[in-house]
Design a protein. Structure first.
Length: 303
């Protein structure tokens, strides 16, 4: 009998511990992201970067967390040579981005001297409409259902939404397009949340999946080691490598900077078949990410 009571007490304490409100800014959170935006078409600016927290700042008597952004900026040219000078630059950066604070299940942002604005409200139930925030201005997005995932020593809610362009919010993490990025996405830009980590351990989208979050982000970009045929292509294109490669993901970026996930099949170690049937006609930069986290790029015209 005493054993049963002890088990019930321990279960109760465990449930209450898990139910405690998580501190979204503890344990060194990091958001690894990529973005592609039009920068004077047909030039597209690409960023591979990390948001991280470093210290506090007090403004008007309110204490905020200081958010920085570091990474690599590069460009891609979607037209015939010659490439103008402004579209050939590559640089690293490490800049202050904004101030954030948490109040219960809400996150507030303060940026560029503007007044404080609601960034996220994670105190939502099924049927609730998302409030207008710093990154979200659609008045018609509704919570359809709620799931959860384990993150560190707490559980975070996943809000499944009615908007198909941004179908989820993840408590304390953001959305599949990023953390401080527009939600839903804006025209001429594509944003992707690659991973979220606490104290160097990745929890989203896959637990402990390798995710390089170091300051010196230096993606390996290769353009001369692959070729595509047929090109122009219709519904599918075969991409061939000059050495064995295992491909983990494929996206297409159009001349407006919009990105599209692509389905593909690894034919063998030296080639894959990519499905282009969901793309509109036009020129795309196909970007492949390998098992070793390097990036392979080439242009494909979809007829």
């Amino acid at each position: 009998m005493k054993t049963k009571i002890l088990i019930l007490i321990l279960s109760f304490l465990a449930c209450n511990l898990l139910a405690q409100m998580p501190n979204y800014f503890e344990n060194n959170p990091e958001w690894r992201q990529s973005s592609s935006c039009a920068d004077g078409l047909p030039c597209v600016e690409k960023q591979d970067f990390v948001y991280y927290i470093n210290g506090d700042s007090t403004v008007d008597g309110i204490t905020y967390k200081k958010v920085y952004k570091h990474g690599l900026l590069s460009h891609q040219w979607f037209d015939s040579p010659p490439v103008p000078d402004y579209c050939e630059t590559t640089s690293t950066f490490n800049i202050f981005d904004c101030l954030l604070r948490q109040e219960e299940y809400k996150i507030y942002i303060r940026k560029w001297g503007d007044p404080e604005t609601l960034l996220y409200d994670f105190d939502l139930n099924v049927g609730d409409t998302l409030p207008i925030t710093y990154i979200q201005w659609n008045e018609d997005i509704v919570v359809l259902s709620i799931d959860s995932i384990s993150v560190g020593d707490s559980y975070r809610k996943i809000f499944n939404l009615s908007d198909q362009s941004s179908p989820q919010l993840i408590e304390g993490i953001g959305h599949d397009g990023g953390f401080l990025e527009p939600f839903p996405p804006i025209l001429e830009c594509g944003h992707f949340l690659l991973c979220y980590a606490l104290n160097g351990t990745t929890y989203y989208p896959n637990y402990n999946d390798p995710c390089d979050l170091t300051v010196s982000i230096k993606p390996s970009v290769k353009t001369s080691s692959i070729k595509a045929y047929p090109n122009p292509a219709k519904n599918t294109v075969t991409i061939q490598f000059d050495k064995p490669e295992i491909i983990k993901s494929a996206i297409a970026i159009n001349i407006n900077g919009q990105s599209f996930d692509l389905n593909f099949k690894q034919k063998n170690e030296n080639s894959i078949i990519v499905d282009l049937s969901q793309l509109s006609k036009g020129l795309y930069m196909i970007q492949l990410t390998t098992k070793e986290k390097s990036t392979l790029n080439l242009k494909v015209l979809r007829e």
